[in-house]
Write a protein that binds this ligand. Structure first.
Ligand code: P6P
Length: 335
């Protein structure tokens, strides 16, 4: 049984130990994020009891109503990054622009940039539907002082680590530092994330698709034809597929990672670049899914190779089982 008692911190350290130039800073940074998410998990699970449900009455940079838990999670992660001393700047869905971090808290080299969506899917908070935190970590390009916008706008291929925490029936953290995808479940009795799956691999082909079909009339023809294709009866190709859509990206992605599936948020005639954000939603999940043997594109181009132009840039997203994403791309590019 002891071999199963592998904590997140021990796993990260072991992951990094084989890297000659590793200083332990990335391990500490990942542990700082995990600690913040443990605290967020406490509040998410208590939300109904201590009345932090409901709205603050504020709107975030996206013009979306900010729920109190959104604000709480954002503040907590920001403080954790500022105090941790390993990041020189952070970028959050809840912040208009990047937040440079002065090297005042420690003599660490502050060599990382962190992007995060502090509480994705938060519109589901009141309905007790799973929500999540998504994070993405880069090495800085600048050499000293607080981080710069150039540090923050790097291609997804430059990520050194990424992951998410889903606050559901249990709290689960999934991360990659470029050497496979590993899953941990929070054991509240000891307050540790314990390994449940190492080197996770997403099935190459699935029988599940996740998309908001309410937008069907607004989609490009290629997307409509692909969804129609998935609904046709053909046992040789496992069709019709099942539709599974929570409306919470982290929950939909996590289910598809475990069982296989394709998640889609296409562009439409209202949202020319779709709804989801490149830097703190698409890129981290694309890094994870590729490490797990899956695929992520905007329908034409690999997500990780999309040039970042701005922090809150949106992108269409087709992500999940490799063969399913390739099929979707064929329909899109045929049209
Ligand atoms: P729609 C939640 O607001 C979110 O950002 C993602 O978590 C989710 O996948 C998507 O938007 C749902 O969007 O338009 O289907 O409600």
């Amino acid at each position: 049984m002891l071999s199963k008692f592998q904590t997140l911190y021990r796993h990260i350290i072991q992951d990094e130990r084989n890297i000659p130039e590793a200083t332990g800073q990335l391990s500490d940074l990942l542990s700082d994020i995990a600690l913040a998410c443990k605290v967020i998990s406490l509040e998410v699970n208590r939300a109904g009891l201590i009345d932090i449900l409901g709205l603050t009455g504020e709107k975030n940079v996206q013009g979306e109503e900010v729920k109190k838990l959104d604000e709480y999670a954002n503040t907590l992660l920001k403080r954790m990054m500022q105090m941790g001393g390993h990041a020189c700047a952070l970028c959050s869905e809840e912040e208009e622009t990047f937040v440079p971090i002065d090297e005042v808290y420690s003599d660490y080299s502050h060599k990382y940039i962190v992007h995060f969506d502090p509480l994705d899917g938060s519109s589901n908070i009141d309905a007790n539907i799973s929500i999540g935190t998504i994070f993405s970590i880069y090495k800085r390009i600048s050499t000293k002082g607080p981080g710069t916008m150039d540090d923050c706008l790097q291609y997804g291929t430059k990520q050194v680590a990424a992951g998410y925490v889903v606050y559901g029936s249990s709290t689960v953290m999934v991360y990659t530092a470029g050497k496979g995808v590993h899953g941990f479940t929070l054991d509240p009795s000891v307050g540790e994330f314990l390994l449940f799956s190492e080197n996770m691999k997403i099935p190459k082909k699935s029988k599940t698709y996740s998309v908001n079909e309410g937008n069907y009339s607004k989609w490009p023809d290629g997307v409509k034809k692909y969804i129609d294709y998935l609904k046709e009866k053909d046992s040789d190709t496992g069709r019709p597929y099942s539709s599974r859509y929570v409306g919470s990206l982290v929950a939909d992605f996590h289910r598809n990672l475990l069982y296989g599936g394709i998640f889609m948020y296409p562009a439409d005639n209202k949202n020319k670049n779709g709804k989801l954000r490149l830097m703190y939603e698409a890129n981290p999940l694309a890094f994870l899914v590729e490490q797990a043997g899956g695929r992520a594109s905007n329908g034409e181009k690999r997500i990780l190779e999309i040039k970042p132009e701005s922090l809150h840039q949106r992108t269409p997203l087709f992500i999940g089982s490799e063969e399913d994403v390739i099929m979707a791309e064929k329909f899109i590019n045929k049209s």
